[in-house]
Design a protein around this ligand. Structure first.
Ligand code: BEZ
Length: 326
């Protein structure tokens, strides 16, 4: 081939590559641990629809719920290598990379999901997202929430002492395990997909969960008492792979970040309604629904605070921001 022809071929190939990179539609793969019917999955799907519409079809989102891509830890690794584009992960999972995320699980930090939205939109929680790129190689696009935490037990539970020595399923993360340890229970780490069977076959005596899970996963079928304690909030964080982020132009980054944050933040309002409906549903079942507050724990929760204050000063800042919302 003559030199001139080779240059023309090279130029044509470069043009074709640039053109196709501009117009090729990108399918973003998004993983979650929660089932397809869960509000986080519904939010991810609404985010995908809006992104597709606002990008004129340049971006679409394929959703992999119910831990199809593995545990949250595995999804985090996939985000880091670029094998996965996006994920909605529990803030608890992020505690493994940035310990201070654990402070978001401080008992009775907020009273309800609405207040959780206010706190998570504030400077302290936002500063945690800013640490993610350096610590995890992922970008935090925003916070959402699940329902406030409660306890469903397979035995009649009427006092904090009745939890003593009982095996309680927890999300496998330190802040939640610490909570049950100080109550004298035996926290048993277990990911969400395994919970129904574990409660059914007596592997655990009770579970830490929320109203939506107890209803949608039919966990009440295996319960005796539901202590509706609202003892912790349970944030979710929308993440995108740092490797993918580095390849995106400014305009695409702005669009993805804006749409993701909007649909994650919508969860704060949605959960007020979801919780009211699920509570009504569960009150119609055979389980005893008992509403309790911080006094139920008879002063034991101070120990959680002591453990987490030893890990750093972040909890103090977060608490003072939360106190201003009361
Ligand atoms: C749980 O492990 O209890 C959980 C996980 C994701 C969303 C809500 C709850």
């Amino acid at each position: 081939m003559r030199l001139k022809t080779r240059i023309i071929c090279t130029l044509f190939a470069a043009f074709a590559f640039t053109f196709s990179a501009t117009v090729a539609a990108k399918e973003l793969r998004l993983g979650l641990i929660v089932p397809g019917s869960h509000a986080w999955t519904v939010a991810a799907s609404a985010m995908g629809d809006e992104l597709e519409e606002r990008s004129d079809g340049n971006y679409s989102v394929s959703i992999f719920p119910a831990g199809q891509l593995g545990s949250e830890a595995q999804m985090m690794q996939q985000l880091q290598t670029g094998a996965l584009d996006m994920a909605f992960l529990t803030a608890a999972e992020l505690t493994n990379s940035v310990t201070d995320f654990g402070t978001l699980f401080a008992p009775y930090l907020v009273t309800d999901v609405k207040q959780a939205g206010e706190l998570l939109g504030g400077p302290a929680a936002q500063s945690l997202l800013d640490r993610l790129p350096r610590k995890t190689g992922t970008i935090g696009l925003g916070y959402g929430i699940a329902g406030m935490r409660l306890m469903l037990t397979a035995f009649p539970a009427d006092s904090v002492n009745s939890l003593g020595g009982r095996k309680i399923r927890v999300t496998p993360f330190a802040p939640v395990q610490d909570f049950y340890q100080i109550l004298g229970a035996a926290p048993t780490p277990m990911p969400l997909p395994a919970v129904y069977d574990a409660l059914a076959n007596g592997q655990v005596d009770g579970i830490d969960a929320d109203l939506e899970l107890v209803w949608k996963l039919k966990l009440y079928e295996r319960g005796d008492t539901m202590l509706y304690s609202k003892h912790m909030m349970f944030p979710v964080v929308g993440l995108i792979s740092g490797r993918l982020w580095a390849q995106l132009g400014e305009e695409d980054r702005t669009l993805i970040a804006k749409v993701a944050k909007k649909h994650l933040n919508n969860l704060f309002g949605q959960y007020s309604e979801i919780e009211a409906t699920m509570l009504e549903n569960l009150q119609q079942t055979d389980i005893d629904v008992i509403e309790v507050d911080s006094e139920f724990f008879e002063g034991k929760l101070k120990q959680w605070e002591e453990i987490w204050l030893k890990k750093g000063s972040f909890l103090k800042d977060l608490r003072s921001e939360a106190d201003e919302l009361q």
